[in-house]
Design a protein around this ligand. Structure first.
Ligand SMILES: *[C@@H]1O[C@H](CO)[C@@H](O)[C@H](O)[C@H]1NC(C)=O
Ligand SMILES: *[C@@H]1O[C@H](CO)[C@@H](O)[C@H](O)[C@H]1NC(C)=O
Ligand SMILES: *[C@@H]1O[C@H](CO)[C@@H](O)[C@H](O)[C@H]1NC(C)=O
Ligand SMILES: *[C@@H]1O[C@H](CO)[C@@H](O)[C@H](O)[C@H]1NC(C)=O
Length: 470
């Protein structure tokens, strides 16, 4: 089967500012926030349920999309907690061009245009003059109408370029205009039924909520509050960061893996606590190389490749991967505030849907080595690892923005993150047996693929959010 190459745009590489127009300081702000009737539960065209939540579309477990409505037109955008600003490409009815050029550069590709304002409708809220980048050229950014950045707003380039709170990103605008709406967002990612392992949280569609939690998953409100760390290097490199427990990764052998932060003089946590970034725009989780080696290296038959092209030519471009036997069930958990979050084995190795020259199916590590230039590098912010979708599918997550919202009074509480595990180990095991072992819970079984023929492949161009100076 031909390998399907997907290029979801994960994290944004760098935000290069071409020029700066200082004439745009006084943008009129006339925000009105309003909610649809709370009893309105039927999903409207844009995917809004009307109860504070809106539907997400899962594209092959590699990207999650929702609609934002600008000037009355729906744009399907990637939800990205790893970036901050909203950009779309295409015509926006009634948009106002502010004449301020802006560009966002990705590892492969870029978008360029001017900052505009238009009426935004999102999850039942309306913002009259939402500032966003209207991309006039978008090169190699994958198949999307745009990206909705959901990160903390201190890193907003739109706001920086407008030099005004009128440039605040959508969530800040919504929270500022709806004082009765609690300052939090949650989302639940699903598994793609056409990919391996179709199990998803029973009865819950993939969804994003603002100011409310998905009914049935209210327990998240009682989960430990993980501190959302203020980036110690720069507000411009601010992400959704928290601390993993000391030695807080349980490897396949059930033992804790020793951890040590790469950040020099960390101002939060102890040196054996890794700084973790949660990123819904990043398909493949990125861990320190030594930890990845400890997870996959001892698996019988595991082989390391600097360049995955040596496994199969179609995998060219994928670097530093472990190949492991497809029928090996990798069990790993992460520990935050004493709570264990088991990861589905189907998120820990991925069947690329190809056979090698000897006819064996190819499975590779899905938790990969972070570029050593990134961990602990102040230009990227104070982070050791990036937990993307491969982690986030296993949890329901809540981001409380607290005083991360622009202009928040000092008395607003600190921001925090809450996690609720949405899978359990026995279900993970059943999913794995069904997907990889032909449904037979027997290690010696030769699996001849009971999976749907549409086994998805996943080569993702990993793209990293760079801080200022890049
Ligand atoms: C976005 O809106 C269009 C209609 O404008 C709809 O067809 C599509 O399914 C929506 N996408 C999501 C993710 O809800
Ligand atoms: C930004 O705005 C502030 C006042 O709000 C002003 O003091 C400052 O000079 C402005 N900076 C630029 C670069 O326009
Ligand atoms: C909103 O309603 C939809 C459809 O009934 C449901 O799936 C979803 O869980 C609800 N969300 C919340 C936040 O209650
Ligand atoms: C992974 O966990 C499952 C369920 O707990 C267990 O059945 C399986 O044997 C474990 N895999 C390995 C390789 O230990």
């Amino acid at each position: 089967m031909a390998v399907k190459v997907a290029f979801p745009l994960s994290l944004i590489l760098s935000v290069a500012i071409f020029s700066f127009s200082s004439s745009v300081t006084a943008v009129q702000l006339d925000l009105i926030g309003r909610r649809k009737h709370p009893l309105f539960r039927k999903r409207d065209e844009s995917g809004t349920f009307g109860n504070g939540s809106l539907a997400l579309r899962n594209e092959q477990d590699l990207s999650y999309f929702c609609n934002v409505t600008l000037g009355g037109r729906d744009f399907e955008v990637i939800i990205d907690t790893g970036s901050v600003d909203l950009w779309v490409s295409g015509d926006v009815p009634g948009t106002k061009d502010l004449g301020v050029p802006m560009s966002i550069t990705f590892a492969k590709g870029d978008v360029t245009g001017n900052i505009n304002t238009a009426q935004l409708e999102f999850d039942g809220f309306t913002v009259q003059n939402q500032a966003y980048l209207k991309a006039e050229t978008a090169q190699d950014v994958g198949d999307t109408d745009g990206v909705l950045g959901l990160g903390p707003s201190s890193a907003s380039d739109v706001r920086r370029l407008l030099n005004s709170s009128s440039g605040d990103p959508p969530l800040d605008q919504i929270f500022k205009q709806n004082m009765n709406t609690p300052n939090f967002m949650t989302f639940l990612l699903s598994r793609d039924g056409t990919a391996e392992g179709s199990s998803s949280v029973e009865g819950y569609p993939a969804q994003l909520t603002i100011g409310t939690v998905t009914s049935g998953l209210e327990a998240i409100l009682n989960a430990p509050k993980l501190p959302a760390l203020t980036d110690q290097f720069s507000p411009l490199a601010q992400h959704w960061l928290t601390l993993l427990d000391a030695d807080g990764i349980i490897g396949p052998d059930g033992q804790k893996i020793q951890t040590q932060t790469a950040i020099k003089n960390p101002t939060a946590g102890t040196p054996d606590q890794l700084h973790v970034m949660f990123d819904s725009g990043f398909s493949i989780p990125q861990l320190p190389g030594s930890i990845v080696d400890k997870i996959y290296g001892k698996i019988p038959g595991a082989q390391f490749f600097d360049d995955a092209a040596a496994i199969a030519p179609d995998l060219q471009g994928l670097e530093n991967v472990w190949r492991i036997p497809c029928d090996y069930e990798v069990n790993v958990s992460f520990v935050f505030a004493g709570q264990e979050f088991p990861i589905s084995p189907l998120d820990l190795s991925v069947d690329v849907g190809e056979k090698d020259s000897s006819g064996k199916e190819i499975c590779i590590s899905f938790f990969q080595q972070i570029d050593p230039n990134i961990e602990g590098n102040p230009n990227f912010g104070a982070l050791d690892m990036i937990l993307g979708m491969g982690f986030l599918r296993n949890t329901y997550i809540l981001f409380n923005f607290g005083d991360f919202v622009d202009g928040s009074a000092d008395n607003v509480a600190d921001p925090y993150i809450q996690l609720l595990s949405v899978n359990d180990k026995s279900q993970n095991h059943v999913d794995f047996v069904n997907a990889r072992l032909n449904g037979k819970d027997d290690d010696s079984s030769t699996h001849s693929s009971s999976r749907p023929a549409l086994s998805v492949l996943v080569i993702v161009v990993l793209v990293m959010l760079l801080g200022p100076g890049f």
